[in-house]
Design a protein around this ligand. Structure first.
Ligand SMILES: *[C@@H]1O[C@H](CO)[C@@H](O)[C@H](O)[C@H]1NC(C)=O
Ligand SMILES: *[C@@H]1O[C@H](CO)[C@@H](O)[C@H](O)[C@H]1NC(C)=O
Length: 367
């Protein structure tokens, strides 16, 4: 989705271009909306960078607090990049999106109306997930078996799973607060904890050689019966396991779709990119997640200052809400999970039909 200069190459060869947008319809709609606002009303979104204001966005029912707008939209160095990508997307003949109609009807409606100008046809074809093969490569298969066996020994829906994506990690002080929250919540847990790189480094976190380095003293002994610490996590297989009752997630769109697919409710703790925006959509717009801290932002690459610590009390409140057996969030998640599976089902599913429409369009546009 960032490779818009390829459009020029296609044009040079006289072939049409299509885009594959790997995050959600709402974010695509937001990009088009902001581009229109910029081009027609000269709006400067970097003015929203740390304000208490809200953005009225026709793709959502609720106004968006400026605090959950992605850094790439409010950061003055990045705004032109995002606006330019939206402008170039309009030159494509169609856009595939990794989402499905039933979960994002509002943004889809917005994208289908002419009020935002010449937007190409949009094809929600998701959820596209990689459901096979995580953890089955040779290097990690030993670890995989240990994690699955541990889960097999836990009661159904009893375990909270914490995992923050390929780039997610926390400072030592923050790790301690998470540990206290887990202990006080009394819930069983599977925690993927990774070590941050030195400040400013672009590379992903690494595994700790010894978790005692960062955890509160005695934590491992006190929680030995109910918790398991891991580094790398076979996320899909974990989410698919019946022992999992909730997912504390950074709300990256892949992770969000995986949790939806397996009907696991989310506690939102976004870190960077468009994750705060995804969290807002999941918590406020859709009621599919509880909030831990929706406006948390941590992005060493854009030199944002260290975010304030989220306290054990706040985290515990989120976890307790997440694990509540009869919550609305849990019920809604079950319903939308079934819809996600129907959407991609062969034959009548909405995403299946949408992909078929896309193929017809491509064939019709053949040079
Ligand atoms: C936010 O806006 C202020 C005022 O325009 C500016 O000084 C600051 O550099 C901006 N910060 C970011 C991260 O864009
Ligand atoms: C999202 O999932 C796809 C496979 O389904 C994978 O190719 C891609 O790298 C993932 N993206 C991130 C940011 O993990």
């Amino acid at each position: 989705m960032f490779c818009t200069p390829m459009i020029d190459l296609a044009t040079e060869f006289g072939v049409p271009s299509y885009a594959f947008f790997t995050t959600n319809l709402a974010f695509l709609a937001l990009m088009f909306h902001l581009q229109t606002q910029r081009d027609e009303q000269n709006m400067d979104t970097s003015k929203l960078n740390d304000s208490d204001s809200e953005l009225h966005f026709p793709g959502f029912v609720n106004p968006i607090p400026a605090k959950v707008l992605p850094t790439v939209i409010v950061h003055k160095d990045c705004t032109p990049v995002i606006i330019d990508i939206a402008r170039r997307f309009r030159e494509t003949k169609g856009i595939l999106v990794n989402s499905f109609m039933e979960i994002e009807s509002h943004p889809l409606e917005f994208l289908s109306q002419s009020q935002v100008g010449n937007i190409p046809p949009i094809f929600p074809v998701g959820p596209i997930l990689n459901l096979k093969g995580d953890g089955h490569d040779e290097s990690s298969s030993g670890e995989f078996d240990v994690i699955m066996q541990w889960l097999d020994n836990q009661p159904p829906s009893s375990v909270v799973f914490l995992c923050f994506g390929s780039m997610g990690s926390f400072s030592e002080d923050q790790v301690q607060e998470i540990a206290y929250a887990l202990e006080q919540s009394g819930h069983r847990f599977l925690w993927s904890l990774r070590k941050p790189q030195p400040k400013g480094a672009m590379s992903p976190p690494t595994d700790y050689s010894n978790f005692e380095e960062v955890l509160p003293e005695g934590f491992l002994e006190r929680t030995a019966e109910v918790g398991k610490m891991i580094g790398w996590a076979p996320q899909v297989s974990v989410l698919a396991h019946p022992a999992i009752g909730g997912f504390v997630s950074h709300c990256g769109w892949n992770s969000t779709l995986e949790s939806i697919w397996f009907g696991v409710p989310i506690a939102a703790w976004p870190l960077y990119a468009e994750q705060q925006f995804n969290a807002f959509q999941m918590v406020r717009e859709l009621g599919l997640a509880v909030e831990i801290k929706m406006d948390y932002k941590s992005d060493s690459r854009l030199e944002i200052k260290e975010p304030p610590i989220v306290t054990a009390e706040e985290i515990k409140r989120g976890i307790v809400g997440l694990m509540e057996p009869q919550s609305d969030v849990r019920k809604k998640m079950k319903v939308i999970s079934e819809k996600s599976r129907k959407a991609s089902a062969k034959g009548g599913g909405s995403s299946y039909s949408s992909l078929r429409d896309f193929i017809s369009l491509v064939l019709g546009n053949m040079p």
